[in-house]
Design a protein around this ligand. Structure first.
Ligand SMILES: Cc1ncc(COP(=O)(O)O)c(C=O)c1O
Length: 376
């Protein structure tokens, strides 16, 4: 066996031995308490029909985009969609990327330069870390949601400074003290960038718009693969930023543009997002009910969260697997989040609530959780 194969096998064997081997699993018929489809858009027959109807208006549209946006892959439809999305989120401009991962890698690898600074919350998403790593900027992390820790880093930072947070954290479901963070970044002349991947949906245009802070935020990232039920992402910001990214963001420049079908799906999903008050209310009620039923259970540490992501810390990979296994045996699709994806000792059960879950399903979830003993 060659050296590369030996290396690969050893790494995989190490993973298996430490109990964190990752495997793809086919879809199942359990009750969905783990997907990011918060408002049921991915499974919406209405959205599917609307996409088909929209496609029918463009009989000459191509199956594939045939090239990057800068070569043969640009469509007037894509540029109009960017403007519509920007208006929806009350931003000056938007630039589409093929995924949230691409958007973050493109933004953070191209904008901060040598001598500049990127300051991230310690729980920031991997796509932001990867983008920041590709930049030549100095990188800092501050303690999760901790203003004092952030201020310490702002004092150390030199050059153009970018502070990066999520409005709802993907693995904790909590929300940072956005106004306090914004005030600090303003005091230190830093630029605040907010990833809104998990906030859009419960807050239709995102938490920043909900709080009326859109004009004070340097850039926002919205992904379409979560509550919007499709695929892709947009970076929202100024016209100048859009122009810059078109020129320098390599994950925008060097990739085939989204297909017309993908653009039509995003456009129709945004149309639907204008009418989700009822679904968002159902979701809010489920979140309230879930927290109420779990809060009295002393063996579980429920992380503070008002979002659709509710996490229960069970302290070890073994416990996390045990609890998720019990929930799956009861017919509920709930996944364990293991270290090293989260810090050792904070291994957890990550539950995503959805507007399409039924009240009975939510009750089954809480009653099952309340009957499991996890300490092994
Ligand atoms: C906070 C955050 N940002 C970005 C991404 C990446 O988005 P996408 O799945 O569209 O690549 C994710 C997805 O996991 C996320 O949770």
């Amino acid at each position: 066996m060659g050296t590369a194969d030996t290396f690969i096998k050893n790494r995989l064997d190490e993973r298996k031995a430490s109990g964190i081997y990752r495997m793809l699993k086919p879809e199942n018929s359990l009750v969905d308490f783990c997907s990011n489809d918060y408002l049921g858009f991915a499974r919406s027959a209405m959205l599917k029909n609307n996409i088909v109807a929209e496609m029918a208006h463009y009989p000459d549209s191509l199956n594939g985009s045939t090239g990057s946006r800068l070569l043969s892959g640009n469509l007037k439809y894509a540029e109009e969609l960017e403007q519509q999305i920007a208006i929806f989120h009350e931003a000056e401009a938007g630039l589409l990327f093929n995924s949230g991962y691409d958007a973050n890698v493109g933004l953070f690898s191209s904008l901060p330069q040598k001598g500049h600074a990127i300051i991230c919350d310690e729980l920031i998403h991997a796509s932001i870390i990867d983008g920041a790593r590709l930049s030549h900027a100095n990188r800092y992390t501050f303690r999760h949601n901790d203003l004092e820790s952030l201020e310490g880093k702002l004092k150390q930072a030199k050059g153009n400074c970018y502070v990066v947070i999520e409005s709802v954290y993907s693995m904790d479901g909590d929300t940072p003290p956005i106004l306090g963070i914004l005030q600090l970044t303003e005091r230190y002349n830093a630029n605040l960038i907010v990833d809104e991947a998990h906030a859009v949906g419960l807050y239709p245009a995102g938490l920043i718009s909900e709080l009326g802070l859109q004009n004070r935020i340097f850039a926002r990232i919205v992904t379409f693969g979560k509550a919007l039920g499709c695929h892709g992402a947009v970076v929202l910001g100024s016209n100048l930023l859009r122009e810059y990214l078109i020129n320098f963001a390599r994950s925008f420049v060097y990739t085939t543009a989204a297909s017309f079908h993908q653009l039509a799906s995003v456009k129709m999903a945004y149309e639907l997002l204008k009418e989700v008050d009822d679904e968002a209310n159902v979701l809010r009620n489920y979140i309230f009910l879930f927290k109420q039923k779990l809060n009295n259970n002393s063996q579980y540490k429920l992380l503070p969260s008002d979002s659709a992501i509710q996490c229960i810390v069970v302290n070890s990979n073994g416990n996390a697997k045990h609890v998720s296994g019990q929930l799956q045996a009861a017919g509920l699709d709930v996944r364990a989040i293991l270290s090293p994806t989260v810090a050792t000792g904070t291994e957890r059960i990550r539950i995503c609530m959805h507007s399409f879950n039924t009240l009975e399903q939510v009750k089954l979830l809480t009653s099952t959780l309340n009957t499991i003993t996890h300490a092994q």
